[in-house]
Write a protein that binds this ligand. Structure first.
Ligand code: NDP
Ligand code: GDR
Length: 344
């Protein structure tokens, strides 16, 4: 039986990864950090919280000694580092915390591997945010980086440290540059989930208007469950490397809003531009979407579209879920939750 450690078990990706590793027969240790109320709703939604091969351990990524003891106690074959301060918007307000968790945190784990057992295979959750300001379309492994946020810069530091530990110490350290991936388990602060939850509330008469920031930002959105399969495949490869996972399709935030309303049979009509942009219900004329500049960021990543050809060729990985399917799945889950009065 293989053993894996997944950091950040309370997060979206870790929940799906734990699910597929348990299905593959792994013993899985998931780490959570100490808070006054630990929220395990994601693994509970997946029904794996009491799985006999899943064990939860308290751990903070910013602590080197805790990282060493984590690996001594669990003796993993594979270590997936999914923990991070992962919200780009917050990283502008908390750049130092973001650097400590998202930038230096992974180095604590790399050092722990070096000290405890250099044979442990390591996966680092790198991100398309490292590409930032457009240098090339579509973005792939060889595209130059130009991060546009404290989060992107912190992730880029960690990314280069992974490559350095790979080359310096012969550690199986792999980096997945993943483009945005969403699901019904996505946090509500991220734009897709904010949209699907608000659409559900508007449909049920629990919210009047959805307020958003930059509608023109373009993202390459995939389904998180497809992407965690790619993470696992990366650690089964013959050698450590860097891989992009993406769908190679990009849409604006506005397009996603239109799609989500369509999923509840509401056609939108868009009016105005930038700060004055709104969308009304085409059949009633009621305003359902408006722009609030408080959601603008000091610097924006305007366009992301990834090329995952390398992952397809080397790992046989391809996304399976279309954006329409993903959006409908998220709206449906939020309708169900809102009907029951549950809010995650
Ligand atoms: P989430 O924000 O859902 O989860 C992040 C996890 O990290 C949470 O469990 C959080 O715990 C944990 N965490 C935060 N700080 C610490 C800390 N100091 N010590 C230990 N754990 C900590 O992220 P996702 O699941 O969406 O993403 C997983 C990883 O992939 C992240 O590293 C993210 O940056 C990266 N990524 C995500 C993409 C996406 O589109 N989802 C795309 C590319 C990369 P808590 O619940 O206590 O806050
Ligand atoms: P992103 O995701 O920054 O790409 O990072 P997010 O969903 O937060 O933003 C996507 C785009 O939507 C625009 N936007 C808004 N965003 C939020 N959150 N709220 C709004 O109201 C809003 N209105 C417009 C944003 O400006 C942005 O352009 C995610 C995270 O999961 C990272 O951890 C990960 O690394 C990257 O995806 C790839």
């Amino acid at each position: 039986m293989k053993t894996a450690v997944i950091t950040g078990i309370t997060g979206q990706d870790a929940a799906y990864l734990a699910e597929i590793l348990l299905e593959k027969g792994y013993k899985v240790y998931g780490t959570y950090r100490r808070t006054s109320t630990v929220n395990l709703w994601r693994i509970e939604e997946l029904g794996i919280e009491n799985h006999e091969n899943l064990e939860l351990l308290e751990y903070d990524l910013t602590d080197l000694s805790a990282s060493i003891r984590l690996l001594q106690a669990t003796k993993p074959d594979e270590l997936y580092n999914l923990a991070a301060q992962s919200f780009v918007g917050v990283s502008f307000e908390q750049p130092i915390t973001t650097a400590e968790i998202t930038g230096i945190g992974p180095v604590n784990l790399l050092e722990a591997i070096r000290i405890v057992n250099p044979k442990i295979k390591f996966y680092q959750a790198s991100t398309s945010e490292m590409f930032g300001k457009v240098q090339e379309i579509p973005q792939k492994e060889s595209t130059p980086f130009y991060p546009r946020s404290p989060y992107g810069a912190a992730k880029l530091y960690a990314h280069w440290m992974v490559i350095n530990y790979r080359e310096s110490y012969d550690i199986f350290a792999t980096s997945g540059i993943l483009f945005n991936h969403e699901s019904p388990l996505r946090g509500q602060e991220f734009v897709t989930r904010k949209i699907t939850d608000s659409v559900a509330k508007i449909k049920l008469g629990k919210l009047e208007v959805l307020e958003l920031g930059n509608m023109d930002a373009k993202r390459d959105w995939g389904f998180a469950k497809d992407y965690v399969e790619g993470m696992w495949r990366m650690l089964q490869a013959d050698k450590p490397d860097t891989y992009v996972l993406a769908t190679n399709r990009t849409e604006t935030v506005r397009d996603f809003v239109t799609m989500a309303f369509k999923a509840v049979n509401i056609e939108l009509e868009w009016k105005g531009r930038e700060e004055n942009e709104t969308a009304v219900d085409a059949s009633t004329g009621k305003t359902l979407v408006s722009v609030n500049p408080k959601f603008y960021r000091p610097a924006e990543v305007e366009l992301l579209i990834g090329d995952a050809t390398k992952a397809k060729n080397d790992l046989g990985w391809e996304p399976k879920t279309t954006l329409e399917e993903l959006c409908a799945m998220m709206v449906e889950a939020d309708l169900r939750r809102n009907e029951k009065g549950i809010s995650f």
